[in-house]
Design a protein around this ligand. Structure first.
Ligand code: NDP
Length: 334
């Protein structure tokens, strides 16, 4: 049973040495627990925060402690009345081939039209719910609004743009390659994709893509993309600050949101949010997302890295934009 622990705290961008592979015993489930065989595991940008000593919104990992995150797996042995061997489940588990968890902390994975097991880590998992509440509750666009999304081809961003389209808006997405821009425009129905690696002048690109200005901005990224979007906010604009991946590996604190004065004249609202706050409504969100996916109204994609031992590379790839849609690691076949 292989397991990844935090090998050492990264300074700046993590690398392979951040992770250490250990061989451990397959754990025995205690009363109330379930032994799960990992089929796929999720790598997420927020995990970068957990690698630092300073606490982010998620608790800091200690060196030598197993990494953990969302997993889809199969029950091997159960000491909990709700589960029996062979059931497919999802929950937060350690990065290992076999792990135990209390049965109350697992949820069932139900197969569906257009929905593989991995979808429960993406569009039907935490990233999909983040997009759902971030777009509907925080951004809350009106039909006809122009919505801009950064990190648009990723797990959260790709779903945000599609939910915003369903709300009758014009959607512009920033992403890091031509392939991603094609994905946004051709597969997801975004009105315009901007490849930010092809231009330094994001403002000019925005003027072309969003000639009427920006009413709603869903920010996954921060940095120079956000600087540009802030200069094009319309009166009563809302900015939903979901993530700032551009800063996660920074070794020095960035000196302020650089374009904050640009929120004054448009009386814009800038709101951070955390998906966990919406927990009581998770079942409703998952159900709604499932309906959209099964009806073909929302597309989803997973980028799959094969092999448990390659989980660190999958994680590191989030920072170089290797993924389209949700990045997952396939550990074993069902
Ligand atoms: P993604 O699937 O979007 O993966 C990260 C993507 O970010 C990469 O594919 C890459 O695409 C892009 N990226 C990486 N570095 C940069 C950079 N310096 N500038 C611009 N783009 C960059 O991840 P998620 O969808 O899981 O998460 C998206 C964001 O949402 C993250 O910031 C995350 O922390 C945040 N988040 C917040 C939650 C909350 O509750 N507030 C919950 C879940 C996620 P590209 O090729 O386009 O550069």
């Amino acid at each position: 049973n292989r397991q990844f622990v935090l090998g050492k705290r990264p300074e700046g961008t993590p690398d392979r040495d951040t992770f250490e592979l250990e061989e451990i015993e397959v754990p025995e489930p205690e009363y109330g627990e379930v032994l799960v065989r990992t089929l796929s595991l999720s790598v997420d940008p927020y995990m970068r925060g957990r690698m630092d000593e300073a606490e982010s919104y998620a608790e800091s990992w200690q060196v030598g402690e197993p990494m953990e995150g969302a997993v889809v797996g199969e029950v091997v042995e159960s000491e909990h009345e709700a589960w029996s061997a062979g059931a497919f489940v999802t929950g937060n588990l350690t990065w290992s081939e076999y792990a135990t968890a209390h049965g109350d902390r697992l949820s069932p994975v139900e197969p569906g039209e257009n929905l593989g097991l991995e979808a429960h880590l993406g569009v039907l998992g935490m990233p999909g719910r983040t997009a759902y509440f971030g777009t509907r509750d925080v951004l809350d666009p009106y039909p006809g609004d122009t919505v801009v999304v950064s990190g648009a081809a990723g797990a959260v961003g790709s779903t945000v743009g599609q939910i915003a389209k369903l709300a009758g808006t014009r959607v512009v997405g920033f992403a890091g390659s031509e392939e991603k821009v094609r994905y946004l425009e051709e597969d997801l129905g975004f009105d315009v994709g901007i490849n930010y690696t092809e231009t330094d002048d994001y403002r000019e690109a925005l003027d072309e893509a969003a000639p009427d200005g920006v009413d709603r901005y869903f920010d996954n990224v921060g940095g120079p993309i956000s600087d540009a979007v802030f200069t094009r906010l319309n009166v009563d604009a809302t900015v939903a600050v979901c993530g700032q991946i551009d800063t996660y590996n920074a070794t020095e604190a960035p000196t302020g949101p650089r374009k904050l004065p640009m929120v004054i004249a448009p009386r814009a609202t800038v709101q951070g949010f955390l998906v966990f706050d919406y927990e009581p409504r998770f079942p409703q969100a998952t159900e709604h997302l499932r309906e959209w996916v099964e009806a073909g109204d929302i597309e989803h994609r997973e980028t799959v890295v094969e092999g448990f031992e390659n989980a660190p590379d999958a994680f590191l790839g989030l920072f170089s934009g290797d993924n389209i849609g949700k990045q997952v690691v396939k550990v074993a076949e069902p």
